[in-house]
Design a protein. Sequence first.
Length: 365
Amino acid sequence: MSADVQTPDQDETKPAAKGGVLTVTVTEQEADQRLDRWFQKRYPDVSYGHLQKLLRSGQMRVDGKRAKASERLAEGMAIRIPPIQSDGPAESRVKFVGDADTALIRSLVIHQDADIIVLNKPAGLAVQGGTNTKRHIDGMLTALASKTGEVPRLVHRLDRDTSGVLVLGRTMAATRALNDAFRLREMQKLYWAITVGILKPADGYIDLPLSKQGEVYERMAEDNDGQRAITDYRTIDQAGRRLAWMALAPRTGRTHQLRAHMAAKGKPILGDTKYGEDADGMADGLLDAFEVSEGLHLHARALWLPPFGNRTHETHVTAPPPEAFRKTLKALSFDLSNELADEPIPNMREEHYRARRDRESKKRR
């Protein structure tokens, strides 16, 4: 019997049978690869979306701990694999996409080339499926397959209620390079948000660790023992003392990071019912007074991707804001042509410490 399977009476090359759980130990030959790639090699007839659900729910674990798809495996790691419902043979797993969803997903494309497809995701449409989510981006990707039949792959996510730039890898090589770029934080992101309240100073950074609070509803909150989370920000414009148009650049990728950070600073994002329901202005007629749109005002505006493969230059993509966001900008007399809106935000934390070192150096002189 193979030494890398600790549960007898199970064939390690097959998905775990209904009611059974496998614990598989990573071999020397399997080490130094991502968890999702390891899984898809062993279980090619199980969709990537289903793998993500297993990881998010904690059913699949590495060395007894929750894991991410991007986690690098090492020899000897023990991977818990729960009972899996197969999606059928890989060659027959091509999903049918109806005419309406085909038209929708194709209408969202704002950039494509040999390596990537970029979508402008609408607010309200989930990126991946879940228990009560049957309609999602991942389920429509077959409609964007290449002439050779290769279906593009997700490389990152946006919250259901966040709109904007969503990048897909068109080939396995491109997907691998993009995954690495996101993991190593080699790309730069820019979000637009309307906040309830004005941050001081107008430009700066937020460095607050976050952790998940509660078991039923996923909500992130400030926690000194949580994961470090850093967000750079710039105030583009403001409407009196109540509302601001902000540019946000997450330097880390924590769940709900931007929403949790702004709420922790007492300046939640307009329309955020999870993190800002008790904020001053969210429930006192502010929406009616300013005639702003309903819904979460958070838009993934732009992304700068580093060179990879045969690409020798940085790729910059931008997504126009949805109509509801534009309506709010107009209601608040914010100018879309404001030059501050689309400038990349420098690493404010590094600039802060560099300026402090310079001041201390001048004092010593």
